[in-house]
Design a protein around this ligand. Sequence first.
Ligand SMILES: Cc1cc2nc3c(=O)[nH]c(=O)nc-3n(C[C@H](O)[C@H](O)[C@H](O)COP(=O)(O)OP(=O)(O)OC[C@H]3O[C@@H](n4cnc5c(N)ncnc54)[C@H](O)[C@@H]3O)c2cc1C
Length: 395
Amino acid sequence: MAGPPALPAPGALAPGRDPRLGEEQLAIQASVRELAQRRILPRAAAIDETATFPWDVVELLRGHGAFAIGFPLAWGGVSSSALSLVVAIEEVARVCATSALLLAVQSLGGTPIALVGTEAQQGRLLPDLASGRRLAAYALSEADAGSDPAAMRTRAVRAGDDYVLDGAKMWITNGEVAELIVVFAVTDPAAGAHGISAFVVEGRPPGLTRNPIHGKLGIRGSSTAELVFDGVRVPAANRLGAEGDGFALAMAVLDRSRPSVAAQALGIAQGAVDEAVRYARQRRQFGRPIAEFQGIQFMLADMATQVEAARGLVYLAGSRIDDGGPDLSRIAAMAKLFASDTAMRVTTDAVQVLGGAGYVREFPVERMMRDAKITQIYEGTNQIQRLVIARRLLE
Ligand SMILES: Cc1cc2nc3c(=O)[nH]c(=O)nc-3n(C[C@H](O)[C@H](O)[C@H](O)COP(=O)(O)OP(=O)(O)OC[C@H]3O[C@@H](n4cnc5c(N)ncnc54)[C@H](O)[C@@H]3O)c2cc1C
């Protein structure tokens, strides 16, 4: 008779293959991790310190085809899988949240075109986003219409074969650098949310002024700008979807982009755990590594557990986009809410684990704590995520 099964050798308890990821995601995870750790990590502190847009990282991502992740082969992409994209964003955010945002916003700008663009629009516009030749932006928010974007006032008036855009968009990521901007504007003021339409603004048309916004708490290398439209002409052929369908499109896009923000938050949080563990092993007080104190061990354990729980929701949200599940809105909002709250808590705890060293720029956790905050705010604040989740539960 065979004896009892042997206990696993200690080595077998090392992290196993992630069952949520297929071959494609594992390959993308490995290659992006290598790129991020070797090439982006050494740049992260300077990008933050100088608050300058990282064109060198853009070149790096272009050169490695990283912008193509999340774009289908037909449009010059490498993978249409949203799960692949969230995995890539997580790996970059683990070392540099500003750089991870480059990938997230490229997809944010591409998604409305992928969702409702005509074949001609998709064939003409998406390959440039997949290659990274043009950077994208998504202009929904206005100074007086943030959580309530249906209150936007930017107007688009039909004039022959064009629309003429007047108004101002606020807080637009990539605002200074984007060569393709998806802009939402009111075409029928009497129709409320049903009077909003979406347009693609290309290049640097006359009448468009980009006013950079300086002094951000985190993601300091990211370009954030106010966009002022003063009689900007956009060809009617650049309208995305039907007139009046823009608001529904904007919401459908957010359902598909919130998992990217959640992945950014997840990566930031994982990076903070990495740093806290490294520091706790090497820092000695009372004659031994602080990692030997149970108070520190419990903090590290709680941090790692929260990050792993966040990863569950983030990967689920990525998979929901891929499988088209009807509960995408709810899951995407949950992933964004939980992962960003986790990032804020875990980075704050990481600063605590590092003590005084955590409070200065010489160590990365201070930057991570500042970077984490934005993930609770953009693409809908976490109060708005709770509204989305509650609405889905109660409808
Ligand atoms: C760095 C940065 C980058 C950004 N990038 C982009 C971008 O690329 N494109 C884009 O379109 N926008 C972008 N935004 C805008 C962002 O999405 C908005 O800032 C966000 O949606 C909140 O809007 P608001 O700032 O006007 O805050 P407000 O809407 O004024 O909210 C203020 C407070 O009130 C709360 N609140 C509002 N309504 C409710 C409610 N009904 N119930 C409970 N609480 C509520 C909010 O949660 C918040 O705490 C960016 C913002 C920043 C800071």
